[in-house]
Design a protein around this ligand. Sequence first.
Ligand code: ADP
Ligand code: MG
Length: 352
Amino acid sequence: MSRRHLRLVAVALATLLFAACDSAPPGVYREQLFAFGTLVDISLYGVEPQAARQAVAAVDALFQQQNRDWHAWQRGELDSLNQAIAAGKSFRPDASVVQLVRLGQRFERLSHGLFNPAIGHLLKLWGFQKDEPGPEPPDPAAVKHWLRAAPSTLQLQIDEGRISSSNPAVKLDFGGFAKGYSVASAVELLSRRGIHNLIVNAGGDLCLRGRHGDRPWRIGIRAPDGNGVLASLDLEGAACVFTSGDYERYFVYQGKRYAHILDPRTGEPARGVHSVTVVADDAALADAAATALFVAGVPDWRQIARDMSVREVLLMDAAGVAHVTATLKPLVHFQHPPAAIETVQLDNPPRP
Ligand code: ADP
Ligand code: MG
């Protein structure tokens, strides 16, 4: 197991232990899978063990298929599409890839380009399209060259499922929202099997449905340093909680940390924020918005949150200050008090 995997397991275990001390009660069926390079913990409430086992096996099969189809740098549907784009050709990928492209275009538009799933070549330059990121920053001339090429998902045309690009510099990478889309598809699969009280937790990013028996589900938000739990939330009904952090994937070069969320305006890793958590019904949106708000940083996150129509946000800035929206604040129980808590009203309508 690689260091990254060990770290991921440790993070996931921290989340699980936290959940365990709160619960592990009768009535919950719990199983873990490994997918998308992370541990996925599935909790189903009030389901017969055999039905639960079969449901989880179906989710596992779905995840493995999606992992193959959407992988950013291994052979598969997305890779074939990216090769066609680079060669100036068109390609008809699996329908799920077309759907992800459409969603990616929507998120890029709503975030004013801060979320841009066409930045695959830039991620590769920075060494993030491989298992072990790094080892050093790219040649600044290569980054400038990429900035001039200005790839965007809005340069893609979709014609009856066939995709082409007016810009061969587009290289799709769904890393910023595929996990969200995937967790949502797992929840849908479980709902179709009549399971309505559940959590699908992919390494701390999760969707939940229903309740934990006679009380809400209690979930943990990872601490920005990757150790333990920053805060807990009691949620019920339909909610997804997605966090983007600078502790997820990074390398250190000459004492400086370079993390995997890149600012498409500068071509450099986004700075100034440790983590962003978004709570929303729509998992893919929550996932994309957490990444977009990370890029937007302290000066701009409010505007981007409004434009992406997300209301529940907790942003931990580099100074340890928690910025939390007024609607989310009552639900958040900090385990370690932050340096300061700033409550934010997000009441302006979205920009046109
Ligand atoms: P995690 O849950 O692992 O922190 P995120 O949801 O924050 O992941 O997404 C980070 C991933 O998103 C990166 O590994 C990369 O694949 C992709 N990515 C990085 N920067 C951007 C960006 N500006 N726009 C869209 N996707 C990005
Ligand atoms: Mg994301």
